[in-house]
Design a protein around this ligand. Structure first.
Ligand code: NAG
Ligand code: NAG
Ligand code: NAG
Length: 138
């Protein structure tokens, strides 16, 4: 019972540790990782609808058994390896995609985009084809 409680406390602690960017923090992160200015609002919209700008967010298991990881909710079927060794098309582990340093996630998201465009993300398809977030103050 005691150890179960400890696990709970630790889980809550981890939750608190996960980083949620403000909208402008996200814009600055994306800029520093070379995302183009003319698509910035689409990327911000995508990240907001996929992960609410939370770096450690891991989606629940999809119907087909795959899972989505991190800020960009990248799928483990093709892109990241859910074992401890790097692999699949982004040559990363899925754990690499849920860190506060978004270098690997950014690189992988660009790869997904290069292959499929924004249509790879349901979050973008469903929510980002009308009005886009205002980032004029960032
Ligand atoms: C599995 O489902 C997710 C979410 O519905 C989707 O993004 C992904 O492309 C699917 N993978 C396959 C192989 O069907
Ligand atoms: C890793 O992903 C594959 C493919 O989506 C899935 O079949 C497998 O159960 C996953 N393994 C773990 C440990 O989540
Ligand atoms: C994949 O990543 C691993 C570890 O980060 C690295 O050692 C390896 O060279 C990479 N492989 C390719 C093909 O980029």
């Amino acid at each position: 019972m005691k150890s179960l409680c400890l696990v709970f406390v630790f889980a809550i602690f981890l939750q608190c540790e996960s980083k949620q960017f403000s909208r402008c923090e996200l814009v600055h992160q994306l800029r520093s990782h070379g995302f183009p200015e003319d698509k910035m609002r689409d990327w911000v919209c995508l990240v907001e609808s996929e992960s609410s700008r939370t770096t450690h967010y891991i989606g629940k298991v999809n119907r087909n058994g795959s899972r989505d990881y991190g800020l960009f909710q990248i799928n483990d079927k093709y892109w990241c390896s859910n074992t401890s060794t790097a692999g699949k098309d982004c040559n990363v582990t899925c754990n690499d995609l849920v860190t506060d340093d978004i270098t690997k996630a950014a690189k992988c998201a660009k790869k997904v985009y290069k292959r499929h465009g924004f249509n790879a993300w349901y979050g973008w398809k469903n929510k980002c084809q009308g009005s886009l977030p205002d980032i004029s103050s960032c």
